[in-house]
Ligand binder design. Structure first.
Ligand code: PEP
Ligand code: MN
Length: 340
């Protein structure tokens, strides 16, 4: 996407590059139908290439003799970039909105365990609950799979709440689509590009979590994979990243939320539960998330966290969720928003 003929790429020729080497690069660009501007400085020659970014990406310019560096000018993401849609995207899920003036509060158990447990955990804007669980150990509870999806359908029926649940395997896409109002892509699958393309073809909003070690740019490129297939109803989620710090389960990167709000028109929510790892830290992180400008939070709740089959230590007892939500609402109101 060249904007007003500005370059997509800068090709920096090394100090020792010969005129022939520069000509060779220019000839190759011309052959590919890319126009170029050359600036010959004392230290280096810089070629600005103007043309189709995708075409430019296919030219192996880095390997050309005399080329020192190839620098992209525009952001590598396009569809999700703020530049293409200056107004924030508001995602509506069954009448509930996430984006601009609304704050989505998604709550429910880490894993769906049984009917009453899931129903008792309901009480927010939307209900979350894992049917297929991406567990670090193959010996721990892996989720109830299809049985959990059936419980989620029942919970949706009884509570009227839209359901968010994770998709781990493209083979489950139909079953998950039947039960979910929002498809979650978990941190561990954040760069599973085939899965991203799969949900990109689905007619359902996607909640895309940041990978454990993904940069903000990598998260946006993951979102681009979804958007490129036609689905732009994407909610990004900061859920903490791996750092040297061990006092929390992951390091909640609230700076990333502020950056994302600048870089993309997509809504950004925060998962304070997985970042905290301990329930007493979840409320302060949730308040901070609301204050930094997040469009919502997703939080784990359980009627009896001490009996939970996964992530017990970080789940908020369902009985305390009302008080938790009111605390967060205080900050949400200060931000000029309301819980949608
Ligand atoms: C979850 O939401 O239960 C979950 C597994 O989250 P994450 O992918 O962020 O670890
Ligand atoms: Mn969990």
């Amino acid at each position: 996407m060249a904007v007003n003929g500005s370059p997509e790429l800068l090709i920096v020729m090394g100090a020792g590059a010969t005129a022939d080497q520069t000509e060779h690069v220019l000839a190759r660009l011309q052959e590919a139908g890319v126009s170029a501007r050359v600036q010959r400085g004392r230290e280096a020659t810089v070629i600005g290439a103007i043309g189709d970014r995708e075409l430019l990406a296919t030219l192996p310019l880095e390997g050309y003799p005399g080329v020192e560096q190839v620098l992209p000018i525009l952001k590598p993401y396009k569809l999700v970039a703020r530049e293409v849609a200056p107004d924030p995207t508001v995602i509506e899920v069954d009448g509930r909105k996430i984006g601009q003036d609304f704050f989505g509060l998604i709550a429910g158990p880490c894993s769906v365990e049984y009917r009453e447990q899931t129903l008792e955990a309901a009480g927010a804007t939307m209900l979350r609950g894992g049917a297929f669980k991406p567990r670090t150990s193959p010996y721990t509870f892996q989720g109830l799979g299809d049985d959990a999806l059936a419980i989620l359908r029942e919970a949706r029926e009884e509570t009227g709440l839209p359901v968010v649940t994770e998709l781990m395997d493209p083979r489950h896409v139909e079953a998950v689509l039947e039960s979910a109002d929002v498809i979650q892509i978990g941190a561990r699958n954040s760069q599973n590009f085939l899965l991203l393309a799969e949900v990109g073809r689905a007619d359902k909003p996607v909640l895309l979590k940041r990978g454990l070690s993904s940069s903000v740019e990598e998260l946006l490129m993951a979102a681009e994979y979804v958007a490129k297939e036609g689905n732009e109803r994407i909610i990004l989620c900061e859920r903490g990243i791996k750092t040297f710090e061990t006092s929390t389960r992951y390091t909640l990167d609230l700076g990333a939320v502020a950056v994302l709000k600048q870089e993309t028109h997509l809504p950004v929510i925060v998962d304070p539960s997985h970042a905290a790892g301990k329930r007493e830290l979840v409320l302060p992180l949730a308040r901070a998330a609301a204050a930094v400008g997040a469009d919502g939070i997703i939080v784990e709740t359980h009627p009896r966290p001490e009996e939970a089959l996964s992530d017990g230590p970080q789940q908020i007892p369902s009985a305390e969720f009302g008080a938790f939500a009111r605390e967060v609402e205080g900050i949400v109101a200060l931000m000029g928003k309301q819980i949608g």
